[in-house]
Design a protein around this ligand. Structure first.
Ligand SMILES: [Fe+2]
Ligand SMILES: [Fe+2]
Length: 478
């Protein structure tokens, strides 16, 4: 089966799995490298433990070498990359990362022909004091002298740290995919208003495209959800909910079909609002009792509408019906207290709430920063939302989500562009001109960067971009 981009579904599915597997293998390889390095400090050269760990590392690298000329890891500002892919690291890898960083190593490549002996020698050498390398003329010189020919070290990358996200020829950019999804939702709403058939095929293609690209570029999509698009918010809200639900699904390692179902559920969760009069849906102030009564029917109307559409996953219907159930707090519609909200509905419900809270500052000029929205969700864990789900969501989106404007302790202003392993230390673009040009100038830095054993910069607070008249959109869409 071919989709509109000429990819076969099978191919797309394969690439999704392949990418997830690649991330896991790369992480495993780096963990094994750290184990070999640790073992090299504890055991003598021929000790079976050390040999066994080197053997495991070697076979992992050989597995990664299939179809590649070399296996390269980059260490950039406290983060780990395999090729262009960011590899999530946990505390167990931090020490190794710092060990490399303190020896001015910005990357390491392993080449075909690599032997176990080379790995052990390399691990043993890297463990040596920094002064040893300075005396010998650098780590690369030392490993050359030791006849380690299948491992190459790279210097710290100085300019615009992250390996560039280069869209291939003909490949759609994140913002385009996002806008396409907004117009798909717009078309859908129009079709339902006119009682025309829903273009199910188009909906499915839109969701597939989003799922494929979010795996590559989650932070970029997350940034787009933070913009809120005042003019088209009703439609953008559905896309934001889909993006966040898809992201959470991939973060939870759901299978692709499930992630796609979540995306569809996100896009369609509020479709029942088409049967609520527009002036009520868009009313900025408080709703009267009667208006609220009408508004509260949208989950039922949505489920009814979707029950009639074939080709759309039934989970979308369930999520539309249950997305205002809100766990123990029993939302609406009022159903049996023993009813258990479906996990997918819980996910949609959580990300829907997050998007609505962060949008309220645009709509009602309430000053709710993404950071405050995260705090609100954390406060409602266990009652409105499942605590584990909230925790996972926060781990994914960060305490300072992409698009947040930060005041740093150096007096600088930074815009959050990517999350890192440390929720308090995202990657930020330093803003000084506020005209969008900083992106080209490559002033993106990581708050994980250290100098002399201390963090170079830390977060001192958040700034409301609307009050400060900072046009965040310029930085997140181009
Ligand atoms: Fe809703
Ligand atoms: Fe909603």
């Amino acid at each position: 089966m071919e989709d509109e981009h000429g990819n076969s579904r099978g191919e797309a599915r394969q690439s999704f799995f392949a990418k997830q597997q690649l991330i896991n293998s790369a992480k495993a390889a780096f963990q094994l490298l750290s184990a070999v390095m640790r073992n090299a400090t504890i055991y003598p050269d021929a000790h079976p433990f050390l040999l066994a760990s080197a053997e495991k590392l070697l076979s992992k690298i050989e597995e990664l070498l299939v179809g590649r000329k070399e296996v390269t890891f980059y260490l950039v500002g406290g983060e780990l990359f395999f090729e262009k892919i960011s590899i999530p690291i946990d505390e167990s890898l931090v020490l190794v990362m710092e060990q490399f960083a303190s020896r001015d190593v910005g990357g390491v490549s392993f080449k075909p022909g690599l032997s176990q002996t080379e790995l052990i020698k390399f691990a043993w050498l890297v463990n040596k004091e920094t002064s040893f390398f300075t005396a010998e003329g650098g780590l690369n010189e030392v490993i050359a002298k030791e006849n380690i020919v299948h491992i190459e070290l790279h210097r710290v990358l100085l300019v615009n740290k992250k390996p560039k996200d280069t869209a291939k020829e003909g490949e759609k950019r994140t913002a385009e995919i996002f806008m396409d999804a907004v117009s798909t939702v717009k078309e859908l709403v129009r079709a339902v208003h006119l009682e025309k058939a829903i273009n199910v095929r188009k909906m499915n293609t839109t969701v597939q495209t989003m799922v494929d690209s979010i795996l590559d570029n989650r932070d970029a999509f997350m940034g787009l959800t933070s913009i809120k698009m005042f003019d088209e918010y009703t439609f953008a809200h559905s896309v934001n909910t889909a993006v966040l639900a898809i992201s959470l699904g991939t973060f939870l390692s759901f299978e692709k079909a499930q992630v796609a179902a979540l995306g569809m559920a996100g896009l369609l969760h509020d479709i029942g609002k088409v049967s609520v009069p527009l002036d009520i849906v868009n009313k900025p102030g408080k709703l009267t009792d009667e208006e609220w009564e009408m508004m509260m029917r949208h989950p039922i109307e949505g489920a009814l509408l979707l029950s009639d559409v074939s080709g759309v996953t039934k989970l979308a219907m369930v999520a539309a019906f249950e997305h205002h159930q809100h766990g123990k707090v029993r939302g609406y519609p009022n159903i049996d207290g023993r009813h258990q909200q479906h996990l997918f509905a819980q996910i949609v419900s959580l990300v829907d709430a997050y998007d609505a809270i962060t949008a309220s500052r645009v709509y009602h000029s309430v000053q709710t920063s993404p950071y405050q929205a995260i705090r609100t969700l954390i406060n409602q864990r266990g009652s409105t939302f499942d605590p584990l789900l909230v925790k996972t969501f926060v781990n994914m989106i960060g305490l300072f989500p992409v698009g947040t404007v930060l005041k740093l302790d150096t007096g600088e202003i930074g815009l959050v562009m990517h999350q890192t392993r440390d929720l308090l230390r995202p990657r930020v673009l330093l803003l000084d001109k506020f005209d969008g040009s900083e992106k080209e100038a490559g002033t993106e830095i990581s708050l994980l960067e250290t100098a002399g054993g201390r963090y170079k910069r830390s977060i001192a607070g958040t700034i409301n971009p609307h009050t400060a008249k900072i046009d965040v959109k310029k930085y997140l869409t181009e």
